[in-house]
Design a protein around this ligand. Structure first.
Ligand code: SOE
Length: 384
């Protein structure tokens, strides 16, 4: 029987989740939005069978197996907790909560609940990312000396660019790093097998005031006369140096104010034998450097490692993209639910807590201007 899915939150990412769930064979039985009117419009747009009065009704509905939490961040912990306590499987957008303490509380609830959990660190689902991971694990790159890169966007470049993430009470104390730096660090640890042990970070709020247009949807630009200016406390950008438990050094620039950059996640792993580069905006190939040559590796199912080829669902020359990553991620969630075995690399609430651990250390380092250790270890027994 098709898994019955419900999506709380019907903005850009809620729509991506709904489409991925359907592509993975699920049935989208319903959605909930910030108002019933928005819910009805979204249900029609997303092909959902019905609209829930609100998210609280959705997360406990008897005819729902899997809850996708795609609301603004301040609702993640409570909605996920209610869904887990109702016996649901939960896919919760990152961050799990507004801070590490909240993420740990939720992980403890998950550990005691029967439902499967997942967090969409979906960039893991590019086959070329798994190819980097394979080459590092197989020793082809050699000992990893450096891990560096950036994650650059520009959708919050001007004072008229606004979003609920800007406000700490809705998005959390960290914005740019928690929102997209978390993806970069997840990938860095995923492909190298290293863990970040300590960070030295600096952050900037380059746009100190933003104009909020109350009726505006996310990602839209304020232009109404009733746009109201307010001070911003969350960071537009962060620059982080780090050390790993594998003896590597690393650095990352995270920015939502880099003009012309749309979703440019760039990760370079420099090993003793070769360097590998993944560029999310050009994910069909990897750059591979050796001392005597530089070349590219194609996303070709016929030549990739088995773990990368598993995700290469189209022949070479037929580009896979963001939606494919989400579909492959949700298919792995469904497989974990249906078989009881989580496919290798499925990001769970344990990975959500990990992201919160690194984020908290980044904020503390930036605030206190010193190196800060990253809380170690996984939360005990988090449901996978
Ligand atoms: C906005 O920064 C955003 O949609 C993030 O919230 C996503 O996690 C990222 O994948 C793309 O950009």
């Amino acid at each position: 029987m098709s898994l019955r899915v419900a999506v709380a939150g019907t903005g850009f990412i809620g729509a991506v989740h709904a489409q991925a769930a359907r592509a993975a064979g699920g049935t989208v039985v319903g959605v909930a939005a910030s108002t019933p009117e928005r819910g009805r419009a979204a249900a029609q747009r997303l092909g959902a069978e019905r609209v829930f009065e609100d998210a609280a009704e959705l997360v406990t509905a008897d005819d729902v197996d899997v809850v996708h939490v795609c609301t603004p961040n301040h609702l993640h912990e409570e909605l996920s907790r209610l869904a887990l306590e109702a016996g649901k499987h939960v896919v919760c957008e990152k961050p799990l909560a507004l801070d590490l303490a909240g993420a740990r509380r939720l992980a403890d609830v998950a550990a005691a609940a029967p439902g499967r959990t997942a967090v969409p660190f979906v960039y893991r689902y590019y086959p070329t990312v798994h190819e980097v991971r394979h080459r590092v694990a197989a020793g082809e790159a050699g000992a990893v000396h450096l891990v560096h890169g950036s994650y650059l966007q520009d959708w919050l470049l001007t004072p008229d660019d606004d979003n609920w993430r800007v406000d700490a009470d809705l998005g959390g104390a960290s914005r740019a790093f928690a929102d997209i730096g978390s993806h970069w660090c997840d990938l860095a640890e995923f492909v190298t097998g290293h863990r970040v042990t300590r960070v030295s970070a600096r952050t900037t709020t380059a746009v100190p005031e933003r104009r909020r247009d109350p009726g505006r949807a996310a990602f839209a630009r304020a232009n109404g006369d009733d746009a109201v200016a307010r001070r911003v406390t969350t960071e537009d950008a962060a620059i982080v140096q780090f050390e790993t438990d594998g003896g590597a050094l690393g650095s990352v620039v995270v920015s939502q104010i880099s003009a012309g950059r749309k979703n440019r996640l760039w990760l370079e792993v420099d090993g003793a034998h070769e360097a590998l580069v993944f560029d999310q905006e050009d994910a069909e190939t990897l750059w591979r450097g050796r001392q005597d040559m530089a070349t590219t590796i194609r996303r070709d199912p016929a030549t990739l490692s088995p773990e990368a080829a598993r995700l290469a669902i189209l022949p070479a020359g037929h580009p896979q993209g963001y939606h494919d990553c989400f579909r492959l991620f949700v298919a792995d969630v469904f497989a974990a639910i249906e078989t009881g075995e989580a496919p290798d690399g499925l990001p769970t609430f344990a990975d959500g807590v990990r992201a919160a651990q690194i984020t908290e250390a980044v904020l503390a380092s930036a605030r206190e201007q010193r190196w800060v250790d990253v809380a170690a270890g996984e939360p005990a027994g988090v449901a996978s």
